[in-house]
Design a protein around this ligand. Structure first.
Ligand SMILES: Cc1ncc(COP(=O)(O)O)c(C=O)c1O
Length: 399
């Protein structure tokens, strides 16, 4: 039977089917190939495969059928030529930078980034010889002003974690092209079900598969999607050598996650919108960050660039104190107090002391993360129960 080109099919079909090649056993669900290495017919075949002169599996650090199935499915859903799966979202970001930047080449990144991404850029990428400057995510002039003749990468997370600020991907892609640089988009908050950065001109997409791709908070993993040369050769070469590899079991969980991604994202979006509207009228809340609200400064851009507003809602407790923010967290009974997002279980996080706790006070202030900020990653429970869980703490605040 011929394997169809799943990129010709609708998203929902590719999400269930792409990348799956049945073994001789005829299994309907994807098999998990838990083997470290693969056996060759003879020494010559081993030599050919090791030297890339013949296709086929070699060793699961860089060739594994279950991982490959996940890579092909995600590449199809993102509209990319190639995908490399990695051990975590941070490994995907690290691999993209280390494999593609030469010493001295400069990066401009958005200031509102996930804490570890920001730390990686500030502490480690700079140390290995790639200077990084930060631009205001929503200010194209600031991005342009930060670009130097050495700039080879623009890196953006849109919407950003936790403030849901957006970058105009098309405009940044143009800026990157004008300066012989790559635009890398962290598409973790949207997933390909809501946003396809490559269609808007981005060169690479990175993912924390840990989040919406898994969808049930089980495994840590990541991926880079893009063209055959950069991803299929350069990043694969780095993975083969440096080894930040996804395990076959995790790849299988992510394959299963992709099958339900679109319907889960629809529900995350609906519930997040309902929660944001409710929080917006609450006396104990001074500001809500959610791109679906018409009060969000980039609401219109979001409508053009995304096919849904996403599942993350952040909000400021009136008065802005850490005590009150923590009090709301501590009175929840349903929400999980944890930093993950994209799970069926709703989670609540105090970014200033957790995900963004390792930033200096100044960097945190520049990123707009205050002590009174809370982030809710809206899960798949009843939104009425989520509201009731937050209401217990919110109504008790002495403001
Ligand atoms: C936007 C974003 N990018 C990257 C990461 C890193 O992913 P991982 O935890 O899989 O390394 C995270 C993790 O929370 C994230 O929120």
């Amino acid at each position: 039977m011929n394997t169809p080109d799943w990129s010709d099919h609708n998203f929902a079909t590719a999400a269930v089917r792409a990348g799956h090649r049945r073994s001789n056993e005829g299994e309907n669900a994807e098999a998990i190939f838990t083997t470290s290495s693969f056996v060759f017919d003879n020494a010559a075949q081993a030599a050919d495969r090791f030297q890339n002169n013949a296709p086929g599996n070699v060793y699961s650090r860089f060739t594994n059928p279950t991982v490959r199935a996940f890579e092909q499915r995600l590449a199809t859903l993102e509209g990319g030529e190639a995908c490399i799966a990695t051990a975590s979202g941070m490994a995907a970001i690290m691999a993209s930078c280390v494999a593609l930047l030469a010493p001295g080449e400069h990066v401009v990144a958005s200031s509102g980034l996930f804490g570890s991404t920001s730390q990686f850029f500030r502490k480690y990428l700079t140390r290995i010889g790639n200077p990084v400057d930060f631009a205001r995510i929503d200010c194209l002039e600031d991005w342009a002003a930060k670009v130097t003749p050495q700039t080879r990468m623009l890196f953006v997370e849109t919407p950003s974690n936790p403030l849901t600020q957006l970058a105009d991907i098309r405009a940044l892609a143009e800026l990157a092209n004008d300066n012989n640089a790559l635009l890398v988009v962290d598409n973790c908050f949207c997933s390909p079900a809501l946003q396809r950065p490559l269609d808007l001109g981005a060169h690479l997409v990175v993912h924390s598969a840990t989040k919406f791709i898994d969808g049930q908070g089980r495994c840590v993993g990541g991926a880079v999607v893009g063209d055959k040369k950069r991803v299929g050769e350069d990043i694969l070469g780095f993975l083969r050598t440096a080894g930040p590899t996804m395990s076959p079991f995790n790849a299988w969980v992510f394959l299963k996650g992709l099958e339900t991604l679109q319907i889960r994202m629809q529900r995350h979006c609906e519930s997040a919108m309902a929660l944001a509207l409710w929080l917006q009228q609450h006396n104990s809340v001074s500001r809500v960050y959610y791109p679906g609200l018409s009060s969000h400064p980039q609401h219109e851009l979001c409508r053009q660039q995304q096919s849904g507003f996403g599942g993350i809602v952040s909000f400021e407790i009136a008065g802005g104190s850490r005590d009150n923010a923590w009090r709301v967290i501590d009175q929840t009974e349903l929400l999980s107090i944890t930093a993950n997002l994209g799970d069926a279980k709703s989670t609540i996080t105090h970014p200033a002391t957790t995900t963004h706790g390792r930033l200096s006070d100044q960097d945190r202030a520049e990123a707009g993360i205050g002590e009174g900020l809370l982030r809710v990653a809206v899960g798949l429970e009843s939104v009425d129960d989520i509201k009731a869980d937050l209401e217990r703490g919110l109504r008790d605040l002495s403001l």
